[in-house]
Design a protein around this ligand. Structure first.
Ligand SMILES: [Zn+2]
Length: 340
């Protein structure tokens, strides 16, 4: 593969948390804003902020995530962080970035209310999308640990912002203690408001959550969902209903969901005809980027330039923005293939 092909390829990213994707220069700016000293070296920053080797559990990774949340504690910081995440995506050659964020998670370390947090992210994302030439539909996440009622309130907010860039909702958090199906009232509300649905499910061991997300909640995509590889029944369901799994190989490895990138179950899923799209999840938290993640996928599963190009078109097909919005990204991708 040509060395700069993956950098130049216009890319679509469907699963990337703003809070874990701020970019290292933005992390430093946010530390400045809080009056905290900058780490002396990049290595010291990585050690403080990042997950660089497999962790014992998803919970340990979520604990690391708290550091990023702690930096987004004022309106100014939240605006800077949102802009930083979009600037970072633009640098990676991402032309279509479904930015997902959790007002509830941010509110844990920020005195602002969910409404105010959402307003700042929506406005800052719109401005940064114009500034960096990236299409940025928004996905609003409800953090399940906060409880059923706050999740319902989060999705009411998502519905209010539907005409200002919020296209979908997501549920995230501990899967075993908080199965997605407990949040059906909230997800029904979102669907009835015309929002698309993608839920974190089957990230670690539990494929029942994937099946429930599809059959009980009407999920149109699944975040991770890799536990489905252990269930022929669930894989058949995803194939039959054309529901893609948002795959993030490095993230899954570092949360301990597979023993190594090479043994990630995406190969099994593809063999069974399950639709997949390739993502980073939290690139700054894991010190990765989308070109690097695609290179990793190519090195193990040999998709080649043509396969990775097709994967970007496929990601756009599954994107939640309206067709006239996605069309601009598709044009850039097709123009690239004509030049190549
Ligand atoms: Zn995620």
């Amino acid at each position: 593969m040509n060395a700069d092909f993956l950098t130049r390829l216009p890319k679509a990213e469907l699963h990337r948390h703003m809070e874990g994707a701020l970019g290292f220069d933005t992390l430093l700016e946010l530390l400045d804003l809080q009056g905290q000293p900058r780490p002396a070296t990049r290595e010291a920053l990585l050690q403080r902020a990042c997950v660089l080797r497999p962790m014992g559990s998803l919970q340990e990774v979520l604990d690391c995530f708290q550091f990023f949340g702690s930096l987004l504690s004022t309106p100014e910081a939240l605006a800077l962080g949102t802009r930083g995440a979009i600037r970072q995506a633009a640098r990676e050659g991402i032309v279509y970035y479904e930015l997902r964020f959790s007002p509830g998670f941010i509110s844990l370390q920020c005195p602002l209310g969910l409404d105010e947090i959402t307003r700042i992210v929506v406005d800052s994302a719109a401005a940064a999308a114009r500034e960096f030439g990236v299409i940025v539909p928004l996905i609003l996440i409800a953090t399940k640990e906060l409880g059923v009622q706050p999740c319902l309130h989060s999705f009411e907010l998502a519905a209010q912002y539907r005409d200002q860039g919020v296209v979908a909702v997501d549920l995230a958090g501990d899967e075993d203690r908080f199965p997605v199906v407990h949040f059906k009232a909230a997800t029904d509300l979102a669907r009835e408001a015309g929002l698309a649905l993608t839920f974190h499910a089957g990230e670690t061991g539990n494929y029942q959550n994937v099946e429930d997300a599809v059959l009980q909640l009407g999920a149109q995509r699944i975040g991770h969902g890799i536990a489905s590889a252990r269930s022929p029944r669930v894989m058949a369901l995803l194939k039959e209903r054309n529901i893609p799994l948002e795959i993030s190989v490095t993230s899954n490895w570092l949360v301990g969901a597979c023993a190594s990138p090479q043994t990630h179950p995406v190969g099994i899923l593809m063999e069974h005809g399950v639709p997949v799209v390739f993502n980073t999840d939290d690139p700054t938290l894991f010190d990765i980027d989308l070109p690097g993640e695609l290179a990793l996928i190519d090195s193990v599963w040999g998709l080649g330039e043509a396969g990775l190009f097709k994967a970007q078109l496929r990601a756009l097909d599954y994107g939640f923005a309206p067709e006239h919005v996605k069309g601009l990204a598709r044009q850039r991708l097709l123009a690239f293939s004509e030049q190549a």
